[in-house]
Ligand binder design. Structure first.
Ligand SMILES: C[S@@+](CC[C@H](N)C(=O)[O-])C[C@H]1O[C@@H](n2cnc3c(N)ncnc32)[C@H](O)[C@@H]1O
Length: 183
């Protein structure tokens, strides 16, 4: 595994997400899953996509309440409750710095309960095994295995781009990223 190029941008958005955001269907609905401060959903809002911001704690996106094209959904994704957006299909789903493996069937629409629409784009980026050398997250439950995103996406998606490995900036970390289009 080689050293990855720098993937953070001055505005806080991941350059990986920014790179592929423009390939989302124009005007298509976007889900920023475990959105935190919503740095990626905000990027899509600027690009005229309606955005659903979902998190257990919506404090980071409270300023967006009532803004046109903005939906805020408070939900605990790990509490065993059903997928909180039943039947909703998205032109793009963005997940960064968050991993909860039971969500993958919902993202890929395997439950027929929502998730990516046909042709929809999954942009996923988070930490992988080996990151424990650098700090947190270090719990293997929250670290992707080698090639894990690739293996998860291949049966459902056309993989557009994938990379994994060690990166030096903004701080040393082991990360994995994928951009994939639902078949
Ligand atoms: C490291 S932050 C990443 C935020 C954002 N995706 C980003 O990269 O800027 C992880 C996010 O996951 C959310 N989260 C953690 N547990 C959650 C749960 N059980 N259900 C929904 N969201 C959760 C946290 O509230 C937090 O906003």
């Amino acid at each position: 595994m080689g050293q990855l190029p720098v993937h953070s941008k001055g505005d806080g958005a991941s350059a990986w997400i920014a790179r592929f955001a423009s390939t989302t269907k124009p005007g298509g609905a976007v889900l920023d899953l475990a959105c935190g401060g919503g740095r990626h959903g905000r990027l899509f809002l600027e690009n005229r996509h309606p955005v659903c911001f979902l998190d257990i704690n919506l404090g980071g996106v409270a300023d967006l309440a009532g803004q046109p094209g903005t939906e805020l959904v408070q939900a605990d994704l790990e509490g065993g409750a059903p997928w909180p957006l039943p039947g909703r299909r998205f032109a793009a789903i963005v997940v960064t710095n968050y991993l909860w493996r039971p969500l993958f069937p919902a993202i890929f629409g395997a439950l027929e309960s929502g998730g990516l629409e046909p042709g929809g784009l999954l942009l996923y980026e988070t930490f992988m095994r080996g990151n424990e050398r650098f700090g947190k997250p270090s719990n293997p439950d929250f670290l992707l295995a080698e090639d894990e995103l690739l293996d998860l996406c291949r049966p459902h998606c056309q993989v557009i781009a994938f990379e994994q490995g060690e990166e030096a900036a903004p701080k040393p970390a082991m990360r994995q990223r994928i951009a994939a289009r639902h078949k």
